[in-house]
Design a protein around this ligand. Structure first.
Ligand code: PEP
Length: 259
C-alpha cells in the first residue's frame, strides 16, 4: 500500500464569524499541543467560510501553525462578471491550500451538477489548490443497491478531462448524504468498500500512481469516538468532519485518536 499521510479536514459550513474563527483556531492549536498530536504525521486542514479566511491566514501564518486551510467552494471562473462568486486566484493569494468541490449541500442547495463540479475542480487545479472532491449517494440510492455505481459516476464525471499529472495530490471525500449531520455513519466496512471502489476506478482511469496516491476521506457524522475505527480501514486515509470540527477540544481529540 502506498504511503499516504492521513488528512483530517474540518468543514465549518456557515458557522463562526471572523472573530470567532480566531478563537477557534487558537484553541485548536493549544488543544492539539495538549493532546500531543504530531502534525508531521497527520495533515489537518480547516475549511472556514470565505469571510474568515483572511483572519485564519493571519493567525496561522503569524504563529507559524502547522495547519492548512482552504475554502468550502470556489468559482469555476477566474475573474469577471460573476456577482457573489469567489475566484480560486483570490484563495491562493490568501494562502489556501485546499478547496472543497461538489459538497452535497452545494449540489442540493445550489443545484451544482456534475459538469459544474468538474469545472470547479479544474478551476481549483488551475490555481494550485488541492481539490477535495465530495461524492456520495442519497438514502434511496443506497437502498436500491446502486450506491457504488452512483458514486463512481460522480468520480468519473468530475475527473474526466484531467490528466494524472493534473490530479497529483487529489483528495476525494466519500460522504453518504444520509450520514451528513444526521448522527448516522457508514460503518468502517461500508466506508472501506466505497473507498476501495473509488481507488480502483481512479487506478483504471488515471493509472496506478495517481490512484494509489489519491487520499480518500470518509465524511458523515464523524466524531471523536468513531473516527479511529473508520480511518483504520485500508483505503480510508482520513475524514471530512463537519459539526465535530467546531469544538476545538473535541476536534483535537478526534485528530489524536486517528493519528
Ligand atoms: C460535512 O459537512 O462534510 C460533514 C461530514 O458534516 P457532519 O460531520 O456534520 O456530518
Amino acid at each position: 500500500q502506498a504511503q499516504r499521510t492521513p488528512l483530517i479536514a474540518g468543514n465549518w459550513k456557515m458557522n463562526l464569524d471572523h472573530f470567532e474563527a480566531l478563537t477557534l483556531v487558537q484553541k485548536l492549536a493549544w488543544a492539539l499541543r495538549d493532546a500531543k498530536v504530531d502534525l508531521s504525521a497527520i495533515d489537518v486542514a480547516l475549511l472556514p467560510p470565505f469571510t474568515d479566511i483572511r483572519s485564519v491566514q493571519t493567525l496561522v501564518q503569524g504563529e507559524k501553525m502547522d495547519l492548512a486551510y482552504g475554502s468550502q467552494d470556489l468559482s469555476q471562473h477566474d475573474a469577471g462578471a460573476y456577482t457573489g462568486d469567489v475566484s480560486g486566484a483570490f484563495l491562493t493569494r490568501l494562502g489556501c491550500q485546499y478547496a472543497l468541490v461538489g459538497h452535497s449541500e452545494r449540489r442540493e442547495h445550489h443545484a451544482e451538477d456534475d459538469a459544474q463540479v468538474r469545472a470547479k475542480l479544474t478551476a481549483a487545479l488551475r490555481h494550485g489548490l488541492t481539490p477535495i472532491l465530495c461524492v456520495g449517494e442519497a438514502l434511496d440510492v443506497r437502498r436500491a443497491g446502486d450506491h457504488i455505481s452512483h458514486v463512481l459516476a460522480q468520480v468519473d464525471a468530475a475527473l474526466d478531462g484531467s490528466s494524472a499529472d493534473d490530479l497529483a495530490g487529489l483528495v476525494i471525500a466519500y460522504e453518504p448524504v444520509w450520514a451528513i449531520g444526521t448522527g448516522e455513519t457508514a460503518g468502517p466496512a461500508e466506508a472501506q468498500e466505497m473507498a476501495a471502489a473509488i481507488r480502483a476506478r481512479v487506478v483504471e482511469t488515471h493509472g496506478t500512481t495517481c490512484g494509489d496516491s489519491t487520499r480518500i476521506l470518509y465524511g458523515g457524522s464523524v466524531k471523536t469516538d468513531n473516527a479511529a475505527a473508520i480511518v483504520s480501514a485500508d483505503d480510508v486515509d482520513g475524514a471530512l468532519v463537519g459539526g465535530a470540527s467546531l469544538d476545538p477540544t473535541g476536534f483535537a481529540d478526534l485528530i489524536a485518536a486517528v493519528h
